[in-house]
Design a protein around this ligand. Structure first.
Ligand code: 5RP
Length: 224
């Protein structure tokens, strides 16, 4: 079991019969979906909500029941990856472009469990470019306003075309350098007209499970 698999396996151990589970997006969440599928084959019953179309597709392939977020009242546990995790368990997410639905699902969850290999743990957020989901309408003006906050911003591309999110939006990858105050930056970014959401997840994670190459894991919990 590699680092990502180890973290994912531990997180799926928290899932109990009858729960409603949020399914994250990315290569680590992929393993959580696989392990959840295995437990379902062994008799576990759960309902899930996916954070991306890709995750919904993978989950259904694993025989997992995926429903719309609006068809459930709440989510018991959301299991998702991260691009960076700081000492206060604040996150940068959105490397896979699913940050908006990931944040909505995390915000609807009683517990948000973050799974990652230990390379994602950092002293200070900001080495990984911060993904910001923006409306295509007037995007150059939105990018200019973001740059005033002190970053360089590049429009995300995939296969030499502009990357389009599941919500029909663009992503700007913003290099701020070290992010001193994630909460303040998140508010500043999210008040710019044209910004839909940014990939800073501040005080949302309740538990972080870091996996190591030898298959062991370390859990970090929120204090107070
Ligand atoms: C997708 C995400 C992912 O959780 C993040 O990019 C981590 O992905 P991976 O587990 O593949 O490293 O935020 O939008």
């Amino acid at each position: 079991m590699n680092a990502k698999q180890a973290a994912a396996f531990r997180a799926v151990g928290y899932v109990k019969d009858g729960m409603i589970i949020g399914l994250g997006t990315g290569t680590t969440a992929y393993w959580a979906i696989q392990y959840l599928g295995e437990r379902i084959k062994q008799g576990l019953t759960v309902t899930t909500v996916a954070t991306s179309e890709e995750t919904a597709r993978i989950a259904r392939e694993c025989g997992i029941n995926v429903v719309a977020l609006d068809s459930v009242e709440h989510i018991d546990i959301d299991i998702d990856g991260a691009d960076e995790i700081d000492g206060a368990m604040n996150l940068i997410k959105g490397g896979g472009g699913a940050l908006l639905r990931e944040k909505i699902v995390a915000a609807c969850s009683d517990e948000f469990i973050v799974i990652a290999d230990n390379s994602k743990k950092v002293e200070t957020l900001g080495k990984f470019p911060l993904p910001v989901e923006i409306l295509p309408f007037g995007w150059r003006h939105t990018a200019a306003k973001l740059k005033i906050l002190g970053c360089s911003a590049s429009l995300r591309e995939k296969d030499e075309k502009t990357f389009i999110t599941d919500n029909g939006n663009y992503i700007l990858d913003c290099r701020f350098g070290a992010i001193g105050n994630a909460a303040d930056l998140e508010s500043e970014i999210n008040t710019i007209p044209g910004v839909v959401e940014c990939g800073l997840f501040v005080k949302m994670a309740g538990r972080v499970i870091l996996g190591y190459a030898d298959g062991t894991v370390k859990e970090l919990g929120r204090q107070g």
